[in-house]
Design a protein around this ligand. Sequence first.
Ligand code: KG4
Ligand code: ZN
Length: 330
Amino acid sequence: MKDIITLGIESSCDETSVAIVKNGREVLTNIINTQIEIHKQFGGVVPEIASRKHIENISEVTKQALKEANINFEDIDLVACTYGPGLVGALLVGVGYAKALSFALNKPLIGVNHIEGHIAANYITFKELEPPFLCLIISGGHTHLVYIEDYTQFKILGKTRDDAIGEAYDKVARVIGLEYPGGPKIDKLAKEGQENIKLPETYFDNLDFSFSGIKTAVLNLNHKEPNINKADLCASFEKATTDMLINNTTKAINEMKVNKIALAGGVSANSYIRERFKILGKELGIDIYYPELKLCTDNAAMIASAGYYNFIAGNVSGMELNAVPNLKIG
Ligand code: KG4
Ligand code: ZN
């Protein structure tokens, strides 16, 4: 069969990324132009600035990707872009650019759900991984437990009822004086601390999550005891949030009778969470997958991969494709 080359575009938040991926799993290039340095001074992503920066960068990042993959526009078979969920102005830049490319090159356009992209990051890291499996998507915007029936078929088993886990990490980091994005800073500082502070964990009858309770508890504690050991607080926060993830995932494993679990999303870069899931895998005798670090956070290679599998399934978008900020999965 002829190779299929996908050009993927990701612009849903603060990363302008363009990737070229062969046959859905082989990354020829994955350029990520991050705006973190710009948004850092505001303590979080400023949507207006994000869209403006995407506009400034997208053409240059695309040129760079083609150069690095050593291909021309004519070699591209598919154009895939994130069309939601995310910041509407930021998404529109990628969608508009992808539509123009698809039209000019006369190649199919594939609109990709960002969450499906995070799941697909695992296909790039693990060439042998195939559905069905269970995926825990933990990022700045999402916390979902999903049963992956097939490449484009998903069943939502549980999701957060309030804050996404990454949102809680970033907020906790900010109040204890760590820079945006706080997740990686908490990861680092926690290694110097003890899990000796009791924090509230929230559980429901079903597989939903909630992280606003623990977030508020940490904020109040830090306010009441400004001299509290920040490393201990980070370690205890990591432990409690991971306990909640492990609890629901274990329930889902029993319910769905799966023997493969994949993690995905920015928070799956967390070293403590990775370690705890590795231990869980050993205990239960099941395989645990998590994408290589660069593919955990937002990038276009995962979008190209998900775009490829949507193309194979016949899900091609038309020129009416639009940004859908609150796009759901499943
Ligand atoms: O997947 P992502 O790049 O964007 C969304 O789709 O939301 O995830 C970004 C989130 C941020 O909240 C960031 O703090 C978190 O991932 N993150 C981490 C780590 N690396 C990134 N959280 C905990 N530990 C990390 N090592
Ligand atoms: Zn993401």
